[in-house]
Design a protein around this ligand. Structure first.
Ligand code: HEM
Length: 462
């Protein structure tokens, strides 16, 4: 029965009228949303409650703000909430049938094949590549530290996590030129994505500025990836990287591996899903630490005592609990994937409101993470919320930066490992202070990016 499945547990079938953010035709609440997106959604929840209809003129979406809603649409009734709609269609243009966008039996088959490669034991095999890539990226930060010039952490971390994903996916198989081209192509494609989402409903023949360059970027990416797949298949490369692991996996039922095309889609997916998200978590973490020098000091003290000046390994991570909590808290306040859109397949009901088939529903992680019923002083940065004692009675879906249910991020352990290692290695090597008067605030984008970056001064530590 539909009633017994609703997240509120309500048995009512009476259809309530859902609050709406605006009655204006054509533009709805779009101007306010564009002006201050995150202030707007916080205000909208306070005004309209945990579930409301966001009117954006041409598009109307239902916004969900309570952790129990996440449990419902991402797990309990996930089968009714599909990855269709403009956002996912635009992403499909880039990722083909990769894991983030595929659905049904095909998704399940791919997920089963790929999952074991992301288990902790398998990831341990990637730790050397990861630490080396981070160390190399930080060598280039030293130039900024020597020159005492202002440094933008956001592109700095983008380059770092890009290096990590390129290295862990391909080992040392790419030439320096190919590595730069891959980074450039993926950065451009990701920047274009928000535009691609907005123009997705328009006819293909309409010219869209940037689309040609986007297609060229994807073509260059494909050329490099197909080239390296061919080399791997021919046994010409080492096998200590993710691509080699994916080349080896076979479907248990059919005994078949992935086609080149599917491998390309999965590689593009891991790229897209994996590099900017982790980079943003790191940028926001340092943004908060700089506002709280005592916390920065605590982090550095923990790192210095656990590592004693040497490079970290996976075995050190349990000795870096505060580092982990800083990352968790940064992802609470600024979850890189702050919204998860879905489309209702059949009619449904949430909290007594009718959800007709075809409704676009947004699971708003950003608000789950700040919901006043689940978080005390929700807007304050406080890493120690994540101590086991203080986490004990928390709603399971109150903190879901990696999503939830069967579509939970496959790279969660990878990202936490990389994030913890990178935080520790940066804190070990640099003192970081904010450039005065540089305002850091989030912008409306497909991921939660800081508008104008995070400008800092780097100083090499003794
Ligand atoms: C801090 C870093 C990361 C964050 C915040 C993050 C967040 C997420 C979220 C929220 C989802 C669920 C999307 C949905 O339900 O619509 C997801 C899925 C996914 N992520 Fe991550 N992710 C991160 C890092 C990574 C990394 C490093 C990789 C790979 C190397 C990765 C690969 C994937 C893939 C393949 C999926 C699709 C899983 C599926 O649907 O079966 N992610 N991620």
């Amino acid at each position: 029965m539909l009633e017994s499945m609703t997240p509120s547990g309500s048995l009512t079938t009476a259809v309530r009228r859902m609050p709406k953010t605006s009655n204006l035709p054509l533009i709805g609440s779009l101007p306010q949303l564009l002006r201050d997106p995150f202030g707007f959604v916080a205000q909208a929840r306070a005004t309209h409650g945990d579930i409301y209809r966001l009117n954006l003129g041409l598009i109307n979406v239902v916004v969900l703000n309570q952790p129990r809603h996440a449990q419902y649409v991402l797990r309990d009734n996930a089968a009714n909430y599909s990855k269709s709609g403009p956002m996912w269609n635009a992403v499909r243009g880039m990722l083909g049938n990769g894991l983030v966008v595929s659905e049904g039996d095909f998704w399940l088959r791919q997920r089963r094949m790929m999952q074991p490669q992301f288990h902790r034991q398998r990831l341990a095999a990637l730790q050397t590549l990861m630490v080396e890539a981070i160390a190399e990226a930080l060598d280039s930060w030293e130039v900024a530290a020597d020159g005492a010039t202002p440094f933008d952490l956001t592109p700095g971390f983008n380059r770092l996590t890009m290096k990590v994903i390129v290295r862990t996916l391909f080992g040392t198989g790419l030439t320096a030129q190919e590595m730069d081209d891959t980074a450039e192509a993926m950065t451009y494609a990701l920047d274009f994505l928000m535009k691609a989402i907005l123009v997705e409903p328009l006819p293909r023949w309409l010219p869209v500025p940037g689309r040609k360059k986007y297609q060229q970027a994807l073509a260059r990416f494909d050329e490099i990836v197909y080239g390296i797949i061919a080399q791997c298949r021919a046994g010409k490369l080492s096998d200590d990287h993710l691509l080699a692991m994916l080349l080896d996996v076979v479907d248990e039922e059919t005994g078949e591996g992935m086609t080149d095309q599917q491998l390309r889609d999965e590689v593009a997916t891991l790229f897209l899903a994996g590099y900017e998200t982790t980079s943003l978590a790191l940028s926001w973490a340092f943004h908060h630490l700089m506002q709280h020098p005592e916390m920065m000091g605590k982090l550095q003290a923990e790192v210095d005592s656990a590592l004693n000046g040497r490079q970290p390994t996976l075995a050190d991570l349990p000795q870096l609990p505060y580092t982990r909590m800083v990352l968790q808290e940064a992802m609470r306040l600024q979850p890189p994937s702050y919204w998860l859109p879905r489309t209702a397949v059949a009619d449904d009901e949430i909290d007594g409101y009718h959800i007709p088939a075809g409704t676009q529903v947004v699971s708003l992680t950003y608000m789950y993470h700040r919901h006043p019923e689940h978080w005390e002083n929700a807007d304050q940065f406080d890493p120690e919320r994540f101590t086991p004692e203080r986490s004990a009675n928390r709603h399971r879906y109150a903190w879901i930066p990696f999503g939830a249910g069967q579509r939970l991020c496959i790279g969660r352990d990878f990202a936490m490992m990389e994030g913890q290692l990178a935080l520790a290695m940066v804190a070990q090597r640099f003192n970081i202070t904010a450039v005065p008067d540089h305002e850091v605030k989030p912008m409306l984008s497909s991921t939660l990016r800081p508008k104008n970056g995070v400008m800092v001064t780097l100083e090499k530590r003794a």
